[in-house]
Structures are given as structure tokens and as C-alpha cells.
Write a protein that binds this ligand. Sequence first.
Ligand SMILES: CC1=C(CCC(=O)O)c2cc3nc(cc4[nH]c(cc5[nH]c(cc1n2)c(C)c5CCC(=O)O)c(CCC(=O)O)c4C)C(CCC(=O)O)=C3C
Ligand SMILES: [Fe+2]
Length: 374
Amino acid sequence: MPLASDVDIYAVQRPDEDPSLAVRNNGGTAPSARPAPAGRREALLVLSFGGPEGHEDVMPFLENVTRGRGIPRERLEAVAEHYHHFGGVSPINDQNKALIAAVEADLAAHGVDLPVYWGNRNWAPYVEDTWRKMADDGIEHVYVFATSAYASFSGCRQYHEDIARARAALGGGPTAEKLPHYFDRPGFLQANAEALAVALASLPADVRDTARLVATAHSIPDAMAAVAGPQGHAYEGELMAAAQAVVDAAAPGRPFDLVWQSRSGPPSVPWLEPDVNDHLKTLAAAGETAVVVFPVGFVSDHLEVIWDLDNEAEQTARDLGLAFARAATAGTHPAFVATVRELLEERRAGAEARLGTDCPASCCFVQRPARPAA
Ligand SMILES: CC1=C(CCC(=O)O)c2cc3nc(cc4[nH]c(cc5[nH]c(cc1n2)c(C)c5CCC(=O)O)c(CCC(=O)O)c4C)C(CCC(=O)O)=C3C
Ligand SMILES: [Fe+2]
């Protein structure tokens, strides 16, 4: 078995495919379960979605996100308004900077001497530029922490593609491995559970014990959900497991629902349902008086959380006469920050590669046009 450092897991493994599809993941090449070679210059890369920094960035950003995806123009214009409402600035960039600062401090406090870089798929700092910087800095191998905890094309495989695209653009640079899914990590779950407890406690005392718990995640097309993970439907499965664990810790024995938010795409294409707003109507019709929404599907309070939940869903709840609270995401909770370090340290120590690092070739495979380099 070759050493991890000998194996380029982002090399194109299926040259029989149309290369313009740019579908590459681990390609069936298992990263080895051996400790990192002594002396190798390594780094951690926080790889994220990216977001606009001002009004003039909004449309170019949205075009980056949706190129080749068949998203109707009206949807883009509606989403652009959400960004313009916040000055054209997505909160996600500051949130990533805060996460990186917290991870740097945590690594230093634990004696882990490793530089941390930041790159995005859809906006500066683009992952392609970060790859060049890492190569210039002499980095030989990079562990990639993606800001998504779950399986699916959008949440896992597309991040593998981003790495492959960055390496292709540079013609090499550091070798890389993506850290595994972390939806089931104690630190991630603890951060979400504490936030759910805080949100519950913020409700008026008379509805606190009866409020309906509602987990949310980004809706994805049914077709994407069907192929998520090695056996399919891993996105829903992982979300259900995480939501259950969060409820078990914060409000043991309480029932909860898992519903979807932020649907995109043309109406003719089926996406996961029900939408959170429709679900609130169902709950109100059934006589519920209060809800706590906890967006366990996301790792920070980015725009889709603060617009689609704090604005839209909150308004829906108000119209329905439901008391409403929204739980925070993991953000920079110390337990979540520690999880990042643990994921990194496990792989450096030679832990077995798990899903998200070592994905079967067909895992989360959705045939779609390549996203050209930015
Ligand atoms: C599963 C999933 C996650 C969670 C995993 C992860 O975090 O990676 C996620 C996160 C995010 N999605 C985000 C923003 C957008 N997503 C869009 C569109 C889409 N998302 C999809 C899925 C997901 N998205 C899909 C299947 C599409 C259709 C287009 C396509 O097939 O690719 C669009 C286009 C406009 C629209 O139609 O909404 C925007 C602007 C932001 C940034 C928010 C900010 O700026 O703070 C974040 C973190
Ligand atoms: Fe999205």
C-alpha cells in the first residue's frame, strides 16, 4: 500500500469520462492509514462557499454559484435582494475569519504548529489563489476542512472538485486530503445542543416546555439526495442522526421534525420538502403555539440562516401567531473549534480514512457541467 504522500487522490482517476465534466473525487484510491511522514510541510485549509463583500459583488458572485445550474433568473434576482438588504455583504466571510482565528488559537494552545489557510469556491479568496500561495510557501500537503458537515454533491463532492480544480489550475502544488464528515462529532453536536437549549430558554415560560422543535437544512434536489453517500440518501440520514443527537442532549424525549429551507432551482424540478414555512403552517393548523428552529444543517449563521430563518420564517411564525426562536449554529463554539483540531490530528496520526476523505467513485455523483476556474 503506498503512503498517503505518494498518492494524489485528486488525480483524474476515470480518464474514460468526458474530462469537461470535471468529476473527480478520491477516485477509489484509498488514502492510507499511516501517520504523516516526518518533516513534511503541512497546512490546514478552511475551504468554504464564499460570499460577496459589497453591492457590486452580488451578481458576479451569484453567477459564479449558479453557472451551468439552470437556476431561473427570477430566483437569482430575488436572492440578490437578500444580499442587498445587508449592504451586499454576506456574513459568511467574517464568520470564516473568526473560525480561522479560533482554530489558530486552539492549535497553538495545544502545541500544534501548523499554518491555517482560507479559500473559497465562489468568491475571493478563491481556492485557486490560495493553492498558489500554499505552494509558494512551500506547503507539501494540505488537510482540507470544508465548512459543511454532511454528505451530498453540494456539501462534499463539490468541495473535492474545488480542490481538484485548484490543483489543475496550478498544475500541482500541495497534495491534499479532505477531512471527513463531522455531523456525528461530539463537539459539533454539543455546540448545536447548547444553542438549542439557549433558544428554548429564550421563549416565554408558558410555551417553553411545549414548543415544537424544528431542525432545518438546505433543501437539495431529490435527484441529488438520492445519490448522496455510498448507498444514497446519506444527506437526510446524517441530518436526521445529528438532529436526534442534538435533541437527545438539549431536550431529551421531545419530538422534533426535520424540514428544509432555501430551495432554489426551477419549480419543475423536485427538491426535498416540506419547506420550513409550509411546515410552520402545518404546525399552527395542528394547534401548536411555539416553535424553536435549529439549523443543524449549517455551520455558521450565514445569509441563508439570517434571511431565510430570522426574516422569512420568523415572519411566517408571526403571521400564524406562533412564538418563535432560532438556535445559533456551531460558529466558533469552543467544542466545535476543538472538533476541527481533532479531525486534523486524527488524520495526521494515521487514523483510518472515513467518508468525506475516502469516498467511493460514485458517491454523491451528479452529472452536471463543470464549474470553470474563476
Ligand atoms: C447543501 C447546500 C449547502 C450546505 C453545505 C455547504 O455549506 O456547502 C449550501 C450552502 C450555502 N449556499 C449558499 C448560497 C447559495 N446557494 C445557492 C444555490 C444552491 N445551494 C445548494 C445547496 C447547498 N447550499 C444547491 C443545490 C443550490 C442550487 C445550485 C446548485 O445546484 O449548485 C445559491 C444560488 C441562489 C439560490 O438559488 O439560492 C446561493 C446564493 C451559501 C452562502 C450563504 C452566504 O452568503 O452567507 C451557503 C453556505
Ligand atoms: Fe446553497
